[in-house]
Design a protein around this ligand. Structure first.
Ligand code: ATP
Ligand code: MN
Length: 463
């Protein structure tokens, strides 16, 4: 069966005066004395196609039934539109109401609903211009990720969603269990006996596919993951979700500089892809939400990111006139206010910070010769703060083992990870890009709940 033509194809077609069938949801309808106009949208493009309804050809009930939100099928003739800004329209011969929408109760009647209100009707919000644009851009970004890595010789690796290791240390985890919550089996000490649980041990939803991706890199050289990630962090911010999507490339034979180069090239490729492929949606978001959006995206593609050490960044912050809520001193983790200052006030472009104090970073990061810092890198973006976190990994067995002991990580749970350092270890690096943070950046949305179809956040798992 041939693929049916959608509204995007019909609007772009110049093959006029032919019979077409068009389906979609009515955005607005205007009734005139002789003709009525319905604006139809099917989500294939931000623009609506205009349906011209000759009142003489239809009974009044049919015309009345075409309410905002209803779904209709129109058979008619595709003609060149005289109205400005529209290329083609459909003169209706037949109209079939596929699904009515009661005018009094359909929630999307009015224009200009707040994003907060639309979050409460996440089942319907994809039918708005804003969310149509955001979700199309999200799709194109996902596609571009696979395209970039495929073109560069990376293998997409499917790392597990359920994990038995809790060593990542990236955040609080969600437990996966089939034990009775009210009456679980207990061991001699009176603790829950996870040996009787489904997997015979404690398991959680993954906070990162990195450790497994490293195993892949030490065999296939270049791999990446792209999948859902879960963090039970109780931080109700505009930048954190409990369930988000992460992209984690991991490369053998890459040191921290190669890693930074890849992160910069990858982000620029992604932004350029969105500029090239999502023009209409970007123009809409630029007009409605942020007049500097497109300009900002172009500037990211065209500027070299600043690269500074953590120590240099701290010096910049200490010298800043601005008062911060969180005190800055060497050794503290950078807060989002600090990241924003660096990017937006000081360097005025994306910044890559490297060589963080080892005490605030994970056990697997490669230790520097100074004994104080590790080869960690964060990429900071305007309006977002941290968009990427990554590092060169510690490939030296003894040093890795020592770090695991120092940080009280259960060695038994990562025996397989340690073995890669025993058998054919190699320099390797990788990073994690939070997909929704990237989508925030390219859509000018300001809350991460507005760039994923059904956000999962503390106290909220509706839909
Ligand atoms: P942050 O400091 O912003 O909480 P993090 O340091 O915990 O992030 P990493 O463990 O380095 O984050 O994860 C890699 C990337 O995943 C981050 O750079 C960010 O883009 C994204 N990310 C992390 N946590 C979340 C979350 N809860 N929701 C959405 N994206 C996230
Ligand atoms: Mn991080």
């Amino acid at each position: 069966m041939p693929v049916k033509e959608n509204i995007k194809q019909l609007l772009q077609s110049s093959d006029y005066d032919r019979k077409v069938t068009v389906m979609g949801w009515v955005r607005t309808k205007r009734e005139g004395k002789n003709v009525a106009f319905a604006a139809l949208n099917d989500g294939s493009i931000i623009h609506n196609i205009q349906i011209v309804i000759d009142n003489a050809k239809f009974d009044e009930a049919t015309i009345k039934s075409i309410t905002t939100g209803s779904c209709v099928q129109v058979l008619g003739t595709l003609v060149q539109s005289m109205g400005k800004g529209q290329s083609s329209e459909v003169q209706a011969d037949e109209i079939k109401l596929l699904g009515g929408a009661d005018a009094d109760s359909y929630p999307l009647q009015k224009k200009g609903h707040t994003l907060e209100f639309l979050r409460e009707i996440a089942h319907l919000r994809p039918r708005t211009n804003t969310f149509g644009a955001v979700f199309r851009i999200r799709h194109h970004a996902a596609f571009a990720i696979h395209k970039f890595f495929n073109e560069n010789g990376f293998n997409w690796m499917h790392t597990p969603i359920i994990t038995g290791s809790d060593a990542e240390g990236a955040g609080e985890m969600f437990r996966v269990s089939t034990l009775s919550p009210t009456n679980p089996p207990l061991n001699e000490n009176g603790d829950v006996n996870y040996e009787e649980d489904f997997f015979g041990k404690e398991t959680n939803l993954t906070v990162s596919g990195q450790l497994e991706a490293e195993l892949g890199a030490l065999a296939l050289s270049k791999v990446y993951t792209f999948g859902p990630t879960f963090r039970a962090e109780n931080s109700n911010t505009t930048r954190h979700l409990a369930e988000f999507w992460m992209i984690e490339p991991e490369m053998a034979f890459y040191d921290i500089t190669d890693n930074m180069d890849l992160a910069e090239e990858f982000l620029k490729y992604m932004v350029q892809y969105i500029l090239n492929n999502c023009k209409d949606d970007l123009e809409f978001l630029n007009k409605m939400y942020d007049k500097e959006l497109i300009q900002r995206l172009e500037s990211v593609v065209n500027t070299d990111f600043a690269r500074v050490t953590y120590t240099e960044a701290v010096d910049v912050l200490l010298a800043a006139k601005q008062k911060f809520e969180f005190k800055v001193e060497w050794g503290v983790d950078l807060q989002s206010e600090h990241e924003k200052y660096l990017v937006e006030q000081h360097y005025k472009k994306p910044v890559i910070v490297v060589d963080y104090p080892k005490d605030i970073k994970a056990f697997y990061m490669r230790q520097n010769e100074d004994g104080k810092t590790v080869r960690a890198m964060d990429v900071l973006f305007p309006g977002i703060g941290e968009i990427i976190g990554g590092s060169q990994r510690e490939e030296r067995y003894e040093l890795l083992e020592k770090r695991i002991d120092e940080m009280n990580i259960e060695k038994e749970s990562v025996w397989w990870y340690l073995e890669t350092r025993k058998f054919g270890t190699a320099t390797h690096s990788g990073f994690g890009l939070g997909f929704e943070r990237f989508v925030l950046f390219v859509t000018a949305m300001s809350n991460i709940r507005d760039v994923i179809p059904f956000p999962r956040t503390p106290q909220n798992a509706e839909f």
